[in-house]
Write a protein that binds this ligand. Structure first.
Ligand code: COA
Length: 161
């Protein structure tokens, strides 16, 4: 349970969330997604986009978001970020854990993602959920390699050991 984040909710992202999402995106990535990229995910039928909100200073505030695709039982996590003001309070744990539950319910058997080699926080996060480092994509980001991580579920939705 996130520490000191009251009034938590996780709901599908909408166009009304995009100003806040873009603010977090720009603070989170060296090559941030554009508004058009988020808009196209909101229209994409294979894309799931969730926003985690909490009450902060008397207002409902967007804290974190995640975007993933589900295609023929495979999921691909494309984006996850937490507002820097609210990091290390369990928001990523909650939004990623919830997304993995949704994937199991949608009969996903394997989840993939790419992560920058230097992104120790994200690699730790995925490792905590059982993701394994599968292989590298050289120069995937133009300025850095990606590590491809994967997590497999068995027919009962449990992780493979
Ligand atoms: C990676 C990120 C999403 C983590 O969000 P967060 O809300 O701070 O993470 P949580 O508080 O839920 O922590 C969950 C786990 O992640 C890992 N973790 C998070 N931040 C970490 C850090 N700075 N150093 C090491 N491990 C870290 C830990 O395993 C942690 O579990 P623990 O609290 O039991 O130790 C956040 O740092 C972020 O938005 N970074 C910029 C965007 C990004 O890199 N996204 C991933 C792209 S692949």
């Amino acid at each position: 349970m996130p520490k000191s984040l009251p009034g938590l909710s996780i709901r599908p992202m909408t166009a009304n969330d995009l100003d806040d999402v873009l603010e977090i995106e720009r603070q989170s990535f060296p090559k941030p997604w554009t508004r058009g990229m988020f808009e196209s995910e909101l229209r994409n039928p294979v894309s799931f986009a969730n926003a985690l909100k909490a009450e902060f200073e008397g207002r409902e505030t967007l804290v974190a978001y995640i975007i993933y695709w589900v295609i023929h039982g495979e999921a691909h996590i494309l984006n996850i970020a937490v507002d820097p003001r609210f990091r290390r309070r369990g928001a990523a744990d909650l939004i990623l854990g919830t997304a993995l539950e949704q994937m199991r319910r949608n009969l996903v058997y394997e989840v993939f993602l790419e992560v920058r080699r230097s992104n120790a926080a994200a690699r730790e996060l995925y490792g905590k959920f059982g993701f394994r480092e599968s292989f590298e994509r050289k120069n995937y980001y133009g300025d850095e390699d990606a590590i491809v991580m994967s997590l497999a579920f068995d027919e009962y939705g449990e992780e493979y050991e």
